[in-house]
Ligand binder design. Structure first.
Ligand SMILES: Nc1nc2c(ncn2[C@@H]2O[C@H](COP(=O)(O)OP(=O)(O)O)[C@@H](O)[C@H]2O)c(=O)[nH]1
Ligand SMILES: [Mg+2]
Ligand SMILES: [Zn+2]
Length: 361
């Protein structure tokens, strides 16, 4: 009686439907409700993709007033709605498999959900727009915590870069398996296409202007997303993607385009200050008396000594310890702990060996 037509299942599977979501439904829900996935969230409604296309939906009153902000539909959520023709009324947001969130900027600790039910995050960077290793590391930590696989791209490889940037590019390619691409010229797009699988969901993240929409466009010439002209003066892209949007690619795969996510960290503090601090302290740490010094109360700790004598500030010390805690959390959640342990320090070490300038860290 509650048989779902095969072609409906086919569409839902392409959209990322799985057992996980299926098992959260009651027989009544299967019979009476339409299943859909949220593409865009607007101020007072959302656009939901379902078996017959897309529909503007509003939240049922009890959900509108009964749910917390983060429980309300977000891009990538699966919802049940009653179809009233022109309008759908959402009666349930299905449990999330996972979600990509970030901390809202500002002092208060508030989580903001960027997208939900994500398999991969495509981190787009380009050398022309402030590529920052620390930010990349933070993003990787965040993805690890959210159980999302990263794919790292370096876009705009058609543009000329300095020798120093060239070195940084090879470094990131080598240490992070980053793929160098050019959305404009189609260079290496096939390498990215190979990673995009039917029924899996990919959120594109990275600063505004790095070329996220252009890459999605290039994957799907027909999808016709708006891309913005970049201002040569500031190297900042115009904010053309105003909200997060979910699409099914013709070739298979669900992509979510996002506007620029500038600060993506686990903490809301500015990273510039931390970076220089981190670089200096990292050196000191190598000379601590104990190999596994935690720099909190050990005798012979060079870092504590430097704080005491004013060589480094309390602020710098705090930042360094915060990063360490983040990395520890990151590492302890990895399955192959041993192999990946101390990943960051190894990277930093390699960076130094190859003579890197402080500002990239
Ligand atoms: N030279 C060059 N420009 C690119 C490339 N990809 C994107 N752009 C340009 O960068 C600007 C910003 O692109 P857009 O896709 O809107 O960036 P988004 O903000 O990350 O979505 C646009 O002017 C694009 O034409 C590329 O591979 N090479
Ligand atoms: Mg865009
Ligand atoms: Zn120490």
């Amino acid at each position: 009686m509650t048989e779902t037509k095969p072609n409906v299942m086919d569409t839902l599977n392409k959209l990322g439907w799985s057992h996980f979501f299926e098992s959260s439904l009651t027989p009544e829900e299967k019979q009476n409700m339409t299943i859909g996935r949220v593409s865009t969230v607007n101020r007072s409604n959302c656009i939901v993709i379902h078996e017959n296309g897309s529909k503007t939906c509003e939240l049922a009153g009890n959900l509108m007033f009964g749910l917390d902000e983060n429980e309300k539909p977000k891009t990538g959520d699966w919802v049940l709605f009653v179809d009233y023709g022109d309008l759908g009324i959402i009666s349930k947001v299905l449990p999330r498999h996972n979600c990509l969130s970030r901390q809202k900027s500002g002092k208060e600790i508030a989580e903001q959900i960027i997208a939900s039910n994500i398999d991969y995050a495509v981190i787009v960077q380009c050398l022309k727009i402030g590529l920052n290793l620390r930010r990349l590391e933070r993003t990787l930590v965040q993805l690890q915590n959210c159980n999302i696989e990263p794919i790292i791209l370096i876009n705009k490889t058609d543009l000329p870069i300095s020798n120093e940037q060239e070195e940084l590019k090879s470094f990131i390619m080598k240490n992070y398996q980053a793929i160098p691409i050019s959305a404009n010229q189609g260079t290496n797009l096939n390498l990215l296409k190979d990673k995009i699988l039917t029924g899996k969901s990919y959120v594109f993240i990275g600063a505004s202007g790095v070329g996220k929409s252009s890459i999605i466009n290039a994957l799907e010439e027909e999808s016709n997303l708006k891309t913005g002209e970049i201002s040569q003066a500031t190297m900042k892209g115009a904010h053309t993607t105003t909200s997060r949007e979910l699409y099914i690619l013709k070739s298979g795969g669900v992509v979510i385009d996002t506007p620029g996510t500038r600060e993506f960290g686990l903490t809301a503090s500015s990273s510039e200050h931390e970076s220089s601090a981190f670089h200096g302290i990292g050196n000191l740490a190598k000379n601590c008396k104990f190999h596994n010094c935690t720099h909190t109360n050990e005798k012979g700790c060079k870092i504590l000594k430097a704080v005491k004598t004013g060589v480094i500030s309390e602020d710098e010390y705090e930042s360094f310890m915060r990063l360490n805690r983040e990395m520890e959390h990151y590492e302890s959640s990895l399955q192959d702990r041993k192999q990946k342990g101390k990943k960051l320090s190894k990277i930093i070490k390699n960076m130094k060996k190859s003579g890197y300038k402080n500002r990239y860290l």
